[in-house]
Write a protein that binds this ligand. Structure first.
Ligand SMILES: Cc1cc2nc3c(=O)[nH]c(=O)nc-3n(C[C@H](O)[C@H](O)[C@H](O)COP(=O)(O)OP(=O)(O)OC[C@H]3O[C@@H](n4cnc5c(N)ncnc54)[C@H](O)[C@@H]3O)c2cc1C
Ligand code: FES
Length: 278
């Protein structure tokens, strides 16, 4: 059992948890994830490590409630336990040792970007952040990201904060078009956002990494659920990734596979909502 020692509500559907998991805290590197199980008969969901505190033996995760299991997790409170907290899984993010890296976080993606930005800063890399959300109330962890970035630029769909538009608008207009030298872009968030960032940087041959979030089951390379195609080759995101060269990812396939069980996921979520409403 893994105790929740702290809970923070970031938005009505986004919750931060600090979890007592000393061994994971000792080993996890930026870019790695854990697989969490909430109940005995429940499914296992992958969540990226957002921070570790090896001294206290805690690991921070941030969950956006999009379906049944993420919502069950989001309702847990301090003092309650998670059944499984397996990790760290996946390959650590390959980080540069110098230059200028732009980190882009959309939605929950700001959380996984945090340890990457922090590690880059500690290596002496200049880091610029771009965060995006539909509206300003859904932006998360901007102050925490600012601790590792010279500047954090903001995009909101409705223009309630920062530039009105998408993170790609900010990346292009405020950095690329201004001639700012960028050595690498790392984007984490919804698939549609990561794909848009890949397309924005492709014409400039600007090295771009994304963290793929396909459906996963075991998280250890055995089931094939997380299969994706990168540079024409089959890869398992859980063991070969989840971070890949964005310009080599087959996003059409990734989007298609991500929607494979959408109808079943909707039914499970509707049943769960009806149960908790009783
Ligand atoms: C390596 C990895 C790291 C991740 N890190 C985080 C994280 O730090 N925080 C976080 O909130 N989420 C993260 N995710 C996504 C998270 O695992 C899913 O949102 C979760 O499994 C959904 O489970 P569910 O039962 O609540 O919803 P489901 O019933 O499984 O799905 C509900 C809806 O969400 C969509 N969906 C399903 N799976 C995913 C997915 N993998 N990514 C995006 N949308 C999905 C479906 O299309 C459906 O519409 C990560 C995924 C991976 C693979
Ligand atoms: S989740 Fe099973 S192989 Fe990756």
């Amino acid at each position: 059992m893994f105790k929740i020692v702290k809970k923070r509500i970031l938005t009505p559907v986004t919750k931060l948890f600090e979890v007592d998991a000393a061994l994971v805290a000792k080993k996890a590197q930026p870019g790695q994830f854990v697989v969490v199980r909430v109940t005995e008969k429940g499914e296992r969901i992958p969540l990226t490590v957002a921070a570790t505190d090896p001294g206290r033996g805690t690991v921070t995760i941030v969950v956006q409630e999009v379906g049944k299991t993420s919502s069950m997790l989001g309702r847990l409170e301090e003092g309650q336990d998670l059944l499984d907290f397996a990790g760290p899984l996946g390959k650590p993010a390959p980080l540069l040792d110098s230059g200028h890296v732009v980190v882009v976080g959309g939605g929950f993606g700001v959380a996984p970007i945090l340890p990457i930005a922090k590690a880059l800063k500690s290596r002496g890399v200049k880091v610029t952040g771009i965060v995006g959300a539909r509206t300003k109330d859904l932006l998360i962890l901007r102050d925490e990201l600012a601790e590792s970035c010279g500047e954090v630029l903001v995009a909101t769909d409705d223009g309630s904060l920062g530039t009105k538009g998408l993170v790609t608008d900010v990346l292009k207009k405020e950095l690329i078009d201004q001639g700012v030298k960028i050595d690498q872009v790392i984007a984490i968030g919804p698939m549609v956002m990561m794909r848009a960032v890949a397309e924005a940087t492709r014409p400039y041959n600007l090295k771009t990494l994304v963290s793929l979030d396909p459906i996963m089951v075991d998280g250890t390379g055995m089931c094939g659920a997380c299969r994706c195609t990168v540079e024409g080759k089959t890869r398992f995101a859980c063991v070969d990734g989840p971070i890949f060269d964005a310009h080599k990812v087959d996003f059409d396939e990734a989007v298609r596979r991500g929607k494979m069980y959408a109808a079943e996921q909707r039914v499970a979520f509707d049943r769960y909502k009806a149960e908790v409403a009783k």
